[in-house]
Design a protein around this ligand. Structure first.
Ligand code: NAD
Length: 489
């Protein structure tokens, strides 16, 4: 394949071509069919992965069931130790993993991979899963709770940050003693498969991690529909989240959902714009705006509105766009569907009367001809009810909504179905305190664009952005069920 022919040896050694991981074996789909994975910057095929369906998911569930008793009974410190080894291998392959993920997602390099640290944070919780001792009615009785794994659990992840999503979901589930069947997105399965390969190398036993590749409607749908998968984690769009929750309802399978966002960046007149403007421009163009946490609405106090628009436009025009290997700030969108969606929203913004300030099209030049590129785009004079102010675009499109005061800022910021991240930019402590309480979001950043900079902050949504949290101190506990034991003499 092209990736293995052109890539450095360390990247080549991580690429799994044409197979998936079931029960510790690299196997094709039972159908023998494959899906092409393409570089979104030029549409070249970089690898093929199996196109699996319910029969492959069934095989993976059986592999997980076979591995489960020994994995559950392995002492928790030993489980943690294997996860720490996995984290070390992720660090050791950090440059190659970053390069691989850049190619399949189409993003520029983000430097050495930080995912090992996240796995280590979760691994540290494995042997701290504790129950409580319970008071009893008489001295001949003792009572306590046990935190037990579910058995075989399932996860489905999106393409925008495939490595971090894979590593954190898998680490938390297996740290608790579960075994897992996980389906990466069809557009970006290579980094997840590479991480699974490193997990095997670290000594995590066969069948503990099973990676089934394929389309959402085939392999994906088979996971929540499987009656012996005991818990589900899903990250993706609200639309698919509803489909998955409906399937889970039929099987009474518990789940957590990490869905989309329409995150506000609220700027008050007393904000330090020298900090706010570059952070907001970077936040909406990072990963070409394909980040659930992206701050896609600027809610700005009218007295600084004009200045904010001018400076944001200048900052967004400075963002360099191009293929991943050319030291650019921003790559293409992931695929044709995303490109149509983002361009469609740009048309809707114009039709509904927003002012297009900068961007709005495909960048000109031969190097952009074959990729799914779009310019960083800024709309001004957006009213809160316009579709570009309400709906998740998942692209580098920023909408500026002027407001009169704090009260109106809160109403506009909260006036969407989503509640993932919200940021407020102000120098006033009082306002920061009030706003951080008033904003309806799972993460609030004060003078901080993506809620970044916190180690182990629980991550998840309010409202239609989902429910359940990942990455916090309880991320392993969430993959356990509680058993109350009462014991008499
Ligand atoms: P998507 O819902 O289309 O796909 C996500 C995953 O679900 C993929 O693996 C896909 O194959 C699978 N899938 C699709 N249909 C399915 C079905 N019927 N049954 C089972 N699985 C199915 O989402 P996407 O377009 O790939 O990702 C973008 C969305 O994900 C955005 O809305 C974004 O905000 C959200 N997202 C959320 C977070 C978060 O942590 N909250 C993180 C990243 C992305």
């Amino acid at each position: 394949t092209i990736i293995s022919e052109s890539a450095p040896a360390d990247v080549q050694s991580l690429v799994v071509d044409g197979s998936q991981l079931i029960g510790g074996e690299w196997v094709p789909s039972h159908t023998g069919e494959t899906i092409e994975v393409r570089n979104p910057a030029n549409r070249e095929i970089i690898a093929r992965v199996p196109r699996s369906d319910a029969a492959d998911v069934e095989a993976a569930v059986q592999a997980g069931e076979r591995a489960f008793p020994a994995w559950r009974d392995l002492n928790a410190t030993a489980r943690a130790g294997l996860l720490f080894r996995w984290a070390d291998l992720i660090d050791a392959n950090g440059v190659a993993l970053d390069s691989l993920e850049s190619q399949e997602v189409g993003r520029p390099s983000w430097g050495p991979y930080g995912v090992g640290g996240q796995v280590r944070f979760i691994a540290g919780q494995a042997d701290k899963v504790q129950g409580v001792s319970l008071p009893t009615y008489s001295p001949d009785t003792v009572g306590y709770t046990l935190r037990e794994p579910y058995g075989v659990v399932g996860a489905i992840i999106p393409w925008n940050a495939p490595g971090p999503m894979f590593a954190t979901e898998v680490a938390a589930a297996i740290a608790a003693g579960n075994t897992i069947v996980i389906k990466p997105a069809e557009d970006a399965p290579l980094t997840p498969l590479a991480l699974a390969k490193l997990a095997l190398e670290a000594g995590i036993p066969a069948g503990v991690i099973n990676v089934v590749t394929g389309y959402g409607g085939e392999a994906g749908a088979a996971i929540p529909e499987h009656p012996r998968i005991r818990r589900i984690g899903f990250t993706g769009s609200p639309q698919t989240g509803r489909t998955i929750m409906a399937a889970c309802a039929r099987n009474l399978t518990p789940l957590h959902l990490e869905l989309g966002g329409k995150s506000p960046q609220v700027i008050f007149a007393d904000a330090d714009l020298d900090t706010a403007i570059p952070a907001i421009a970077a936040g909406i163009t990072l990963n070409t705006g394909q980040i659930c946490a992206a701050g896609s609405r600027v809610v700005v106090e009218r007295s600084v509105h004009q200045e904010v628009v001018e400076r944001l436009a200048a900052a967004m025009q400075k963002v360099t766009v191009g293929p991943w290997h050319q030291r650019v700030n921003m790559g293409p969108l992931i695929n044709e569907k995303q490109h149509e969606r983002v361009c469609g929203y740009i048309d809707i913004g114009k039709e509904q009367g927003a002012t297009l300030v900068t961007g709005g099209g495909r960048p000109q030049g031969a190097e952009f001809a074959d990729g799914w590129f779009v310019e960083p785009t800024l709309f001004d004079n957006v009213s809160p009810d316009m579709r570009i102010a309400q709906e998740e675009i998942f692209g580098p499109v920023l909408s500026v909504i002027p407001v009169d005061d704090e009260q109106q800022a809160i109403e506009v910021a909260n006036g969407v179905e989503y509640g993932l991240v919200a940021s407020v930019w102000t120098q006033s402590v009082g306002r920061a305190v009030r706003m951080s309480r008033a904003l309806q979001a799972g993460q609030v950043g004060v003078n901080n664009a993506l809620g970044a900079g916190v180690i182990g902050g629980p991550f998840g949504g309010y409202k239609n952005s989902g429910f359940g949290r990942t990455m916090g101190a309880d991320s392993v506990l969430d993959w356990t069920q509680i058993k109350t034991v009462s014991m008499r003499e």
